[in-house]
Design a protein around this ligand. Structure first.
Ligand code: GDP
Ligand code: IMO
Ligand code: MG
Length: 425
C-alpha cells in the first residue's frame, strides 16, 4: 500500500489537479501544499457547486482530512483569510484541521506592487505572471530576508524586518517606477492584527506529518502549477518561482525517500496561460474549439488559456525528470467528436534534443505530429475503461507508449465521479 503520494501537473498548469485530488481524497488522511502560493487556481465541482482553491489544499473539501501548508509555500495573509472565509461558507469550520508552517515566507503588499509594476513596464521582459507577488516573495526568501510567519510574533524583529524591506522597496518604487510609497506604521499594524487571527492555524508541520507517518496514515502532497513551470526544470524564464519537481522534501520537511508513489497529471491536449514558447499551440479554429469546449479560462486571473495539441516530447521528458510512476489523463471528453487528433512525438530544431532537454529552450522547436483517428461515441462521464470505444483506448495506449508509464486514471468530466480508475494506488 502506498502511503506518501505526490501528485503534480506535467504541463503548464491547469491539468485538472483539483478535480483529481477531490476524487482521490476519499481514501486519504492528510493533504499538504508544499510550493507556490495563491497563483494556483484549482477547480472542484462539489454537489453541483463550483469551488476554486488557491492556497488551501484541494482535499480540504473532505471533512475527515487534515490539511497542511508546508514551509515551501509563500503565504499572503489577505488571500488566506479571504479563502478561509469563502471555504467556510460551504464547508463549515476548518480551523481544527488546517495547520500552516511557522516557517512559511509571507507575501507582503510590496511584493505584489513590485510584481505588477514589473509586468506593466515596457522596458522589462513580460512573463505574464498572475500579479500575486509570488516571484518577488521567493526572491526575498532566496535572498535570506523573508519575513516568515514566526516573525509575526516578535514585534521588535517584525518592525526591523519591515523597516529594512521598505527602505529597499520604497526606493525602487520611487526611483524606478515613480510609484506610491508604502507606510511602515500601517503595514506593521496590519501584520500584527493578522498575526492574531492567524494564531490558531500556525503549527509545527514537520512534527505533525511525522506523527501521521508513524501511524501509517495516507498523505497526499499536492503540487500546484505544472512541471513545465518549475523554476529549475521548466521553460525558463517563462516559469513560476518554485520547485515542483523534487520540491516536496524541502517544501515540507520530509525525506525524498519518503515518497512511495508519484502521480503525474496531463490533459489530453495542452494549455498555457501567460507568455512563453508553446510549440504545439493552435492559432486556428481547432485552438478556439478546444478553448471553448474545454472552458479554458484561467481559474485565478480569468485570462484566456492558449490551447494546442498534446506535446508528447515534453510529456516524456517531464515524466522522467519528475519520477512519475503513473499518469492521470484528464479532459479526454473534450476531444469527443473530433475526426482526427494529433500528438506531438518529436521536434525538429537547430538544437540537439539533448540540448533542448538541458535548457528547455523550445523557442525554435517545430513539432512533428502523429495523427490518430478520433471517435464519435462520447467518453464524457464514463467510469469504466471497458466502456471506452476502441479509438479512445488507442489514444490512451499511445500516451502510455510515448510517456513510458501507465495511465492509471482517466478523467472524463469535471465532476468527482467522472473518473475511470484503471489501477488503484
Ligand atoms: P488545476 O489548476 O490543475 O486544478 O486545473 P483548473 O481547475 O485550473 O482547470 C481545470 C478545469 O477543467 C476546471 O474548470 C475543471 O473543472 C475542469 N476539468 C477537470 N477535469 C476535467 C475533465 O476531465 N473534463 C472536463 N471537461 N473538464 C475537466
Ligand atoms: P495551477 O496550480 C497555470 C503561470 C503564470 C505565468 C507564470 C509565472 O492552477 O495549475 P507567477 O504569478 O507564478 O509568478 O506567474 O506561471 N502560472 C500558472 N499557470 N496554472 C497555474 O497554477 C499557474 N501558476 C502560475 O500564468 O505564466
Ligand atoms: Mg489552475
Amino acid at each position: 500500500m502506498k502511503r506518501n503520494i505526490s501528485l503534480l501537473g506535467l504541463q503548464w498548469g491547469d491539468e485538472g489537479k483539483g478535480k483529481v485530488v477531490d476524487n482521490l481524497a476519499k481514501d486519504l488522511d492528510a493533504a499538504v501544499r508544499y510550493q507556490g502560493g495563491h497563483n494556483a487556481g484549482h477547480t472542484l465541482i462539489v454537489n453541483g457547486k463550483k469551488i476554486v482553491f488557491h492556497l488551501l489544499p484541494s482535499a480540504i473539501c473532505h471533512e475527515n482530512i487534515k490539511c497542511f501548508i508546508g514551509r515551501g509555500v509563500v503565504v499572503s495573509l489577505d488571500a488566506l483569510f479571504s479563502e478561509i472565509k469563502e471555504a467556510e461558507e460551504v464547508l463549515g469550520e476548518i480551523e481544527g484541521r488546517l495547520r500552516i508552517s511557522s516557517a512559511c515566507s509571507l507575501i507582503q503588499p510590496y511584493h505584489i506592487q513590485l510584481d505588477q509594476l514589473r509586468e506593466q513596464s515596457n522596458n522589462l521582459t513580460k512573463i505574464g505572471t498572475t500579479g500575486r507577488g509570488i516571484g518577488t516573495s521567493y526572491e526575498d526568501r532566496v535572498g535570506r530576508r523573508s519575513i516568515r510567519i514566526a516573525d509575526l510574533y516578535n514585534e521588535e524583529k517584525l518592525r526591523d524586518k519591515l523597516y529594512q524591506a521598505l527602505e529597499f522597496y520604497n526606493s525602487i518604487f520611487k526611483n524606478s517606477f515613480g510609484a506610491s510609497q508604502i507606510d511602515l506604521h500601517e503595514l506593521l499594524d496590519d501584520n500584527l492584527k493578522q498575526a492574531e487571527d492567524l494564531k490558531p492555524y500556525v503549527g509545527n508541520v514537520i512534527e505533525e506529518i511525522r506523527e501521521l507517518q508513524d501511524q501509517d496514515k495516507k498523505i497526499l502532497f499536492e503540487g500546484a502549477q505544472g512541471a513545465l513551470l518549475d523554476i529549475s526544470l521548466g521553460t525558463y524564464p517563462y516559469v513560476t518561482s518554485s520547485n515542483l519537481i523534487g520540491g516536496v522534501s524541502a517544501g515540507v520537511g520530509i525525506s525524498p525517500s519518503d515518497i512511495d508513489y508519484t502521480i503525474g497529471i496531463t490533459k489530453a491536449y495542452t494549455t498555457r496561460v501567460g507568455e512563453g514558447p508553446f510549440p504545439t499551440e493552435l492559432f486556428d479554429e481547432m485552438g478556439t474549439y478546444l478553448a471553448e469546449k474545454g472552458g479554458e479560462v484561467g481559474a485565478t486571473t480569468g485570462r484566456p488559456r492558449r490551447c494546442g495539441w498534446l506535446d508528447g516530447f515534453l510529456l516524456n521528458n517531464m515524466v522522467k525528470v519528475s519520477g512519475v510512476n503513473g499518469l492521470c489523463l484528464t479532459k479526454i471528453d473534450v476531444l469527443d467528436g473530433l475526426k482526427k487528433i494529433k500528438i506531438c512525438t518529436d521536434y525538429s530544431s537547430a538544437q540537439t534534443k539533448e540540448a533542448i532537454i538541458e535548457t528547455m529552450d523550445i523557442e525554435d522547436a517545430d513539432p512533428f505530429y502523429l495523427e490518430l483517428d478520433g471517435w464519435s461515441e462520447p467518453t464524457a462521464g464514463k467510469t469504466d475503461y471497458d466502456d471506452l470505444n476502441a479509438n479512445a483506448k488507442a489514444f490512451v495506449e499511445k500516451i502510455e507508449e510515448i510517456s513510458g508509464v501507465p495511465v492509471i486514471m482517466i478523467s472524463t468530466g469535471p465532476k468527482r465521479e467522472d473518473t475511470i480508475i484503471r489501477e488503484k494506488i
